[in-house]
Design a protein around this ligand. Structure first.
Ligand code: EPU
Length: 417
């Protein structure tokens, strides 16, 4: 079984380049199904989740061709089936994002119901509400969601919660619908803007992405395009926290600092210096961390995907921090693992209370999900002795070359089989 072994490594120093965003490329790959013409996409991260999405596109009839290390050409001239099988959907919830494009291209989509996952029950009711408003009939049978439409027609849709996935799926379905769709209380994440830019570059007509109201005017057809994915703000944030926690001096390259404002603000409150210049961010820290309270919120609030990494850093703060998780109901599993390493943390409902001043010691721990895995790596860098992290596949879903990148800035970390 593959493991990650981490030894205490204070004072990380050097440069790290961030890859293209995982949470941007997954919906963008789904959106390639909207066009019969080829899409060339650059800066694609080499991640397990990306491979699953490409496999799904191929099963549906698209041709996926590698043009370079991080560039793919996708041609969905013919969709050969509108059924997304259990094997792929069960590997990754984001594969449900093909529903919008399939409904558009085939007026019919049969997709295995994505179940709950480690971080919460994660229902899809808002995606389905949107499809219904666009003129789709939806049935659930044998674990599948079966959606059929005579014709997608634009409508006004209010999302009860600004779900990232529902906003993306509805935006894709509305792109080629007849008439205009106005999506209210939409998610405002940078990944939504990247998807809208991608669709518009194919001839779509989406305005307002990145705000609460998105207007999608249906067009008849989309054409070919070439697009570069935005940098991964969560990968960047993870390395920024590693730098701050270990008392390092690390420059993160290929970032959009406006996407990282809540993370930058909280790192500064914690005592780190964060310098922003162009597409780079430099984090300088003396390793003395102030306690900080955090509440996760939809963008532009503090991202839930950075909560676990901050918990590791705040474990060594001098004083008590409170973390309030409002997006997912079960996203504190790392607290249990961190407590094995000596972190003084108590979870009460949706809050975690961290006493701080913890003396971390290496232990055998398990990555319970992607960001929890990243948090354990950061804790391992702070802990005396050796930390052994299992269930490494979670980490590989979202971080390309994390071991090499951290080694390059001085971390004592390696894979072991
Ligand atoms: N929700 C509903 N009904 C729905 C959809 C969502 O109740 O129909 C709820 C969820 O259960 C959750 C909340 O709304 O409590 C937020 O879910 P959202 O739909 O916004 O999340 P997502 O689209 O499933 C994406 C990212 C996640 C990230 C969240 C929140 C992708 C592929 N995934 O998930 O990324 O945490 O947005 O920002 O974009 C990660 O990268 O580690 C990760 C989990």
């Amino acid at each position: 079984m593959e493991r990650i072994i981490v030894q205490k490594s204070l004072g990380l120093n050097g440069n790290i380049r961030v890859d293209g965003s995982k949470n941007s490329i997954l919906p963008i790959l789904a959106a390639t199904l909207l066009s019969e013409e080829e899409c060339i996409i650059h800066d694609i991260p080499n991640l397990q989740d990306v491979r699953v999405m490409c496999k799904l596109l191929e099963v549906l009839g698209a041709k996926v061709e590698r043009l370079g290390k991080n560039t793919l050409k996708i041609s969905a001239e013919n969709i050969t089936t509108c059924e997304a099988p259990y094997e792929l959907i069960s590997k990754m919830r984001a594969s449900f994002l093909v529903m919008g494009p399939l409904l558009t291209r085939c007026q019919n989509a049969k997709i295995y119901m994505p179940g709950g996952c480690a971080i919460g029950s994660r229902p899809i009711d808002l995606h389905l509400k949107g499809f219904r408003y666009l003129g789709t009939e939806i049935k659930s049978e044998n674990g599948y969601v079966h959606a059929v439409t005579k014709k997608l027609v634009g409508n006004d849709i209010y999302l009860d919660f600004p779900s990232v996935g529902a906003t993306e799926n509805i935006m894709m379905a509305a792109t080629l619908a007849e008439g205009e769709t106005i999506l209210e209380n939409a998610a405002e994440e940078p990944e939504i803007v990247d998807l809208a830019n991608f669709i518009n570059s194919m001839g779509g007509n989406i305005i307002g992405a990145g705000t609460k109201t998105i207007r999608i005017k249906g067009v008849k057809k989309l054409h070919k395009t070439e697009h570069t994915v935005i940098p991964d703000r969560i990968e960047a944030g993870t390395y920024m926290v590693a730098a701050a926690a270990t008392g390092g001096d690390v420059t993160i390259e290929n970032v959009v600092s406006s996407h990282l404002q809540p993370v930058i603000a909280k790192l500064r409150e914690a005592g780190a210096q964060v310098l922003e210049y162009g597409d780079k961010l430099r984090v300088i820290s003396d390793g003395k961390i102030n306690p900080v309270d955090i509440k996760t919120l939809p963008y532009p609030g503090f991202p839930t995907d950075m909560q676990a990494q901050f918990m590791s850093m705040l474990s060594i703060a001098i004083g008590t921090s409170i973390i309030h998780e409002t997006i997912f109901e079960n996203r504190f599993m790392h607290a249990n693992e961190l407590s094995r390493m000596g972190v003084d943390v108590k979870v009460e409902g949706s809050s975690a209370i961290l006493k701080g001043s913890s003396k971390l010691s290496g232990a055998k721990v398990k990555a319970t999900d992607l960001r929890a895995g990243a948090a354990l790596i950061i804790a391992g860098l702070l802990a005396d002795g050796e930390t052994e992290i299992t269930e490494v596949f979670h980490i590989k879903r979202g971080y390309d070359n994390i071991i090499e990148k951290l080694q390059n800035i001085g971390a004592n970390i390696r894979y072991e089989k």
